[in-house]
Design a protein around this ligand. Sequence first.
Ligand SMILES: Cc1cc2nc3c(=O)[nH]c(=O)nc-3n(C[C@H](O)[C@H](O)[C@H](O)COP(=O)(O)O)c2cc1C
Ligand code: SF4
Length: 597
Amino acid sequence: MEPREFPQIEQQLAPVFERHGREANQLLQILREVQEIFHFIPPAAITCIAAHLGVPRTRVEGVAGFYSFLSLKPVGEYRILFSDNITDQMQGNPELMRYFCHKLWLEPGKVSEDSLLSVDSTSCTGMCDQGPAALVNGWPLTNLDHERLDLIAELIRGRKPVCDWPPRLFEVKDNIRRSGTLLGEPFAPGAAIKATLARGSAATLLEMEASGLRGRGGAGFSVARKWSMCRASPGEQHYMVCNADEGEPGTFKDRVLLNSYADLVCEGMTVGARIIGATKGFLYLRGEYRYLLNKLEQVLARRRAAGLLGRNILGETGFDFDIEIHLGAGAYICGEESALIESLEGKRGRPRNRPPFPVTHGYLDQPTVVDNVETLACAARIAAQGGEWFAAMGTAQSSGSKILSIAGDCARPGIYEYPFGVTLHEILDDCGAEDSYAVQVSGPSGILVSSKEFGRCISFEDLPTAGAFTVFKRGRDLLQIVQNFAHFFAHESCGFCTPCRVGTQLQKKIVDKIANDHGTVSDLEELKQLGHIMQTMSHCGLGHTAPNPVLDMLKKFPDAYQHKLKDLAFEPAFDLDGALETARNITGRDDTWAHLP
Ligand SMILES: Cc1cc2nc3c(=O)[nH]c(=O)nc-3n(C[C@H](O)[C@H](O)[C@H](O)COP(=O)(O)O)c2cc1C
Ligand code: SF4
């Protein structure tokens, strides 16, 4: 787009600017909407946004370049992104993507000549229980097959707007297969707030402590401790943030909580806000769940009308709290709480140095609590029903229940709620998994568990999990699975620190080398050393956990890679014979003499 079109672009952007104002922390939200209008971020729009927000043009460009759903180059009017999560792969997504590209004469990663369509892959879209899945212009397509792709091709050829496509293409089911106290019992909106007001904030904090509630986002930090530290931190303003980034491949339980239990989540945020003294809250919703935005906005509007959000909540003078939804734009690292806060401030999602922690220096450097969706839903239940009731469930160090997102090789994928302490055997029985070989607990950053360990249980003291539970039956190629995870981390590393930026790339290359039958014993040694460096030297949790699947495979599943190793101590990573393939194709030769010995 030429600068001379600037006045026109200014007009087009006027409603976006009107909605988001002039605060620089709205930058990501503005860029997201610009992407929706133009299907990319035109240079003229960058100039215009920079002038509007009063920030350097380089900042706008830097943010636009960071998030994978934003593009500085034109993409198709219809942009289809196939989920490349391992379960989508197992369900046939790579073949479906090839089929679709072939049908429409398109190469993945390229834009069609008429600018109509572009096709590419993306990290897990959170639909593992109803894959193969993809996104079209940010809207989820589920249960893809050849017939559906034929229909989609017709719709695109006919230039039918995505909002007019048949709703069945976009159907997303909750698939709740097992409910416990969190999902199964009725909840009257306002009950937790009323109980908190009646009991008082300090006493409610004691209930949180008595409940033993620990964060469900992965780290398992005590909620009572986090809230009391934030409450005690001085600041002009305190903030309550709900982490709904749910980027860990294989995890989709927050999707269901937000779709069908949003009142419980908002109520948890409001109770938390009362305790820490926050008047403002954010719900950071992953870009892949954009389809939930309108529904969530309606929940917020309903709660405002019912006096459960806004000024003087439930008639309590001075109890003011409201929630704003911020959408992410395709960056796994933004689930890390300090990167999430950067993203909320309209910046690149780069994890901050810690300490100081968000409870003292978070959003806009003010005391901030960041909690997972499920944690907040639990907090609402505890505020309403008391800490002892909650602590009576689960194990000594893991009170309450845990929601699992179960997918992979099982007959009944979906959402399962269990009291902590449940064994993998019981879970595998329930979800109809047969002849299971391994389970990836808590996604690629978690633990790869072998069938010998299926007596272990889900709990902070044994197998902690943020929720993903991916089943692999005997016969699955574990090396291919670990390769998928290594590619995921290399793609999602934010690039800020060297051990992770370089380490994830090297790890990917070595795993690829082994998968391509060129690996040797020295490569295994290198993977171990590299893993150790990443675990100990990286700046944040992504780098610390990125080697987990590779190291677990080396330790527990030697059969997965040993038959692939060459009988050599060393083999260069660069495959010279492979690199000559293009030349062989051009010259039409593939005889013995055209190959290196
Ligand atoms: C790379 C990375 C990604 C993360 N993604 C998420 C996420 O998607 N959702 C989440 O709740 N926590 C995620 N976390 C954990 C958060 O940093 C943080 O611990 C959590 O939101 C705190 O909430 P909780 O105490 O309720 O668990 C992630 C951490 C890392 C290192
Ligand atoms: S560990 Fe990885 S994701 Fe984390 S700051 Fe370093 S490069 Fe970024």
